[in-house]
Write a protein that binds this ligand. Structure first.
Ligand SMILES: Cc1cc2nc3c(=O)[nH]c(=O)nc-3n(C[C@H](O)[C@H](O)[C@H](O)COP(=O)(O)OP(=O)(O)OC[C@H]3O[C@@H](n4cnc5c(N)ncnc54)[C@H](O)[C@@H]3O)c2cc1C
Length: 391
C-alpha cells in the first residue's frame, strides 16, 4: 500500500518549500521530501553568506503564503537604486525605483531566513506532510499515478511528482531528462563585510574583464560583496587572512564602497549555466535549479524559480478546482510552454552581460556604450526594470 497524496515535491529548498506552501494553501494534499533536516529556527544575529535579491513578484508570492510576515524587518534590506558601470568608466546606468513609481525594487534577504519562514508556514498546514532526512530510491511513472519509494521505507503515490531538488536533480535524471551545461570557468567569492559608510538603499555592480564586482546591501552597515573571477585568483583571495582580504578589497573594489570596518566571512562557488532540455516528463515536472541555473550576476536564479512556483501553482490550482488531472498535459504542459521562453530570455540576457564584459576590448567598449545608451533611453530602462522585477 502506498500513502496517497495529490503532489509529491522532492527538495525542500526555497523553491520546493514555496511550492509546497502555495499548493497547501490551495487545499492540495502534498508530501515534501527533503534529504536534510528541517531548517532550525534562527536565534543569532549574524548574517549568513548566502543572500538573495527577491524581486517584487517573489516578495508577493512569499506574502501570499504567509512567509513574508515571518521575516523580521531587521533581516531584510529593501533597495531603491541599482547602479551598473564598467571599470574603464565608459558607461554607467542608474535605475531608481521612484522612476517607475515604486518605493523599492525588492529586498536582499539571507537564503536561510527565507527558507526557515517558508518551512514555518508548512508546519501550520495539516494537508502538507514534510518528510525530512529522506530521499527517493526509486521513481515509477505509471499511466495514472507516479510512485516514489523512499530510503526510509515509505512508498508514496501521487498524480504528479515535482523535482525541486536543485542543480544536480536526481528526479530529473531518473525521469530521463538531459540537461545542457556550460561551465563559465569562473567562481564567485562572496564576502560579508561591515562597511564604514551607510549605503543600504543602493545595490551596485562594476564590470571588469575578470568578472563583475557587486555590492548587495544588508541591514545596518552590513553588505554582501560578490567578486567574480578566474577560479585560481578567487581561491587565492578566499585563502587570505581577514586583514589582507580587507586591504585587497579596499584597493581593488570601486572607491564608492568606502572603507571596511571588518571582513565577517567568505565562501566561493563555481559558476555554471544549466538548462534541462524539457521541464516535464510523464507525471514529472521540474522547478527551480532542477530546471535551470543562470549566471548569478543579475541575481535572478531564485526569482526565476519562484516564478516557476507562481505559474505551476496557478496551473495546478486550476486543475484541482476543475477536477482535472494534476499530472496531465493541460496542466504541466502549459506550465512548460509559459516558463521556458521566459527562462531562455533571462539566460540570454545574463549570457550577453557575461560575454560582453569579459570579452575583448572591443566587446567591452560596446557593452559600456550599451550601458551609456540605456542611461539616455528612460523607456528602455523602465522596460528592463519591469522585466527584472517580474511585474
Ligand atoms: C553565488 C550565487 C549567488 C546567487 N544570488 C542570487 C540572487 O541574488 N538572487 C536570486 O534570485 N538567485 C541567486 N542565486 C541563485 C539561487 O541561489 C538559486 O537559484 C536557488 O537557491 C535555487 O533554489 P532551489 O530550491 O531550486 O534549489 P536548492 O537551493 O539547491 O535546493 C534543493 C533542495 O533539494 C534537496 N535535495 C537535493 N537532492 C535531494 C534528494 N535526492 N532527495 C531529497 N532532497 C534533495 C536539498 O537538500 C535542498 O534542500 C545565486 C546563486 C549563486 C551560486
Amino acid at each position: 500500500m502506498n500513502d496517497s497524496v495529490d503532489v509529491i515535491i522532492v527538495g525542500g529548498g526555497m523553491v520546493g518549500a514555496a511550492l509546497a506552501a502555495a499548493l497547501g494553501r490551495q487545499g492540495l494534499r502534498v508530501a515534501l521530501v527533503e534529504a536534510d533536516e528541517a531548517p532550525a529556527p534562527i536565534d543569532d544575529d549574524r548574517f549568513d553568506l548566502r543572500v538573495s535579491s527577491l524581486n517584487l513578484a517573489s516578495q508577493q508570492l512569499l506574502e501570499s503564503v504567509g512567509a513574508w510576515a515571518l521575516i523580521p524587518a531587521a533581516r531584510r534590506c529593501p533597495f531603491r537604486h541599482i547602479h551598473a558601470w564598467d571599470i574603464e568608466g565608459h558607461g554607467e546606468t542608474r535605475f531608481s525605483a521612484e522612476s517607475i513609481g515604486l518605493e523599492d525594487f525588492g529586498s536582499f534577504v539571507e537564503n536561510r531566513v527565507i527558507r526557515q519562514a517558508l518551512w514555518a508556514c508548512l508546519e501550520a498546514m495539516p494537508n502538507v506532510e514534510c518528510l525530512c532526512n529522506a530521499s527517493p530510491i526509486n521513481q515509477i511513472g505509471g499511466h495514472e499515478r507516479v510512485l516514489l519509494e523512499l530510503d526510509n521505507g515509505r512508498l508514496l503515490g501521487a498524480s504528479l511528482l515535482v523535482g525541486a531538488d536543485g542543480a544536480n536533480s536526481r528526479v530529473r535524471e531518473r525521469a530521463g531528462i538531459q540537461a545542457d551545461v556550460t561551465d563559465y570557468h569562473q567562481r564567485a567569492l562572496i564576502i560579508n563585510v561591515e562597511t564604514t559608510l551607510p549605503q543600504q538603499d543602493v545595490s551596485w555592480q562594476r564590470f571588469t574583464p575578470e568578472g563583475p564586482q557587486a555590492m548587495l546591501p544588508l541591514p545596518g552597515h552590513h553588505a554582501s560583496l560578490v567578486w567574480y573571477g578566474d577560479p585560481e585568483r578567487v581561491r587565492a583571495r578566499e585563502a587570505m587572512d581577514d586583514e589582507t582580504l580587507k586591504a585587497t578589497i579596499e584597493r581593488e573594489f570601486p572607491s564608492r564602497l568606502g572603507g571596511l570596518e571588518r571582513v565577517l566571512g567568505r565562501a566561493s562557488f563555481p559558476i555554471k549555466r544549466q538548462h534541462a532540455r524539457h521541464y516535464t516528463a510523464s507525471r514529472v515536472v521540474l522547478v527551480g535549479d532542477a530546471a535551470h541555473v543562470v549566471h548569478p550576476l543579475a541575481g535572478q536564479g531564485l526569482n526565476l524559480g519562484l516564478q516557476d512556483v507562481i505559474t505551476l501553482g496557478e496551473r495546478l490550482a486550476y486543475a484541482h478546482d476543475h477536477g482535472k488531472d494534476l499530472g496531465g498535459l493541460a496542466a504541466i504542459g502549459r506550465y512548460a510552454l509559459e516558463r521556458r521562453p521566459q527562462t531562455l530570455a533571462m539566460m540570454a540576457a545574463t549570457e550577453t552581460f557575461h560575454r560582453v564584459f569579459t570579452g575583448g576590448n572591443g566587446l567591452r567598449k560596446a557593452g559600456a556604450a550599451g550601458l551609456a545608451l540605456a542611461e539616455r533611453l528612460p523607456q528602455a530602462k523602465q522596460w528592463m526594470i519591469r522585466r527584472a522585477l517580474g511585474i
